[in-house]
Design a protein. Structure first.
Length: 93
């Protein structure tokens, strides 16, 4: 399901780049959940491996934050500690 169909208020032009990131995340999720080899060997999974390695997770995390905060203001807030942390394990400098 595309973001613009499920959440029409968010489909405005200024959110277009965020919609694209979220749509890519949904497609990546669907590809993983419905994983089917292209060939009889495990090399048929190479495409999804490449997609995972090339996926821009940081950009998508920001897009999801903006999307969620669009519908409920300040639902996801910045950390007050002064560090840029994702999942309490990765520090972005």
């Amino acid at each position: 399901m595309r973001v613009k169909l499920a959440c029409p208020d968010f489909k405005q032009a200024k959110n277009k780049k965020y919609n694209k990131s979220i749509d890519k995340l949904i497609q990546l999720r669907n590809d993983i959940v419905h994983l089917k080899p292209v060939e009889k060997t495990n090399s048929g999974y190479k495409g999804i491996y490449r997609d995972l390695l090339d996926f821009d997770f940081q950009k998508t995390i920001l897009a999801v934050k903006i999307f969620m905060n669009f519908y409920e203001n300040n639902l996801i807030e910045e950390c007050q500690c002064g560090k840029n942390l994702f999942y309490d394990t990765i520090e972005n400098k």
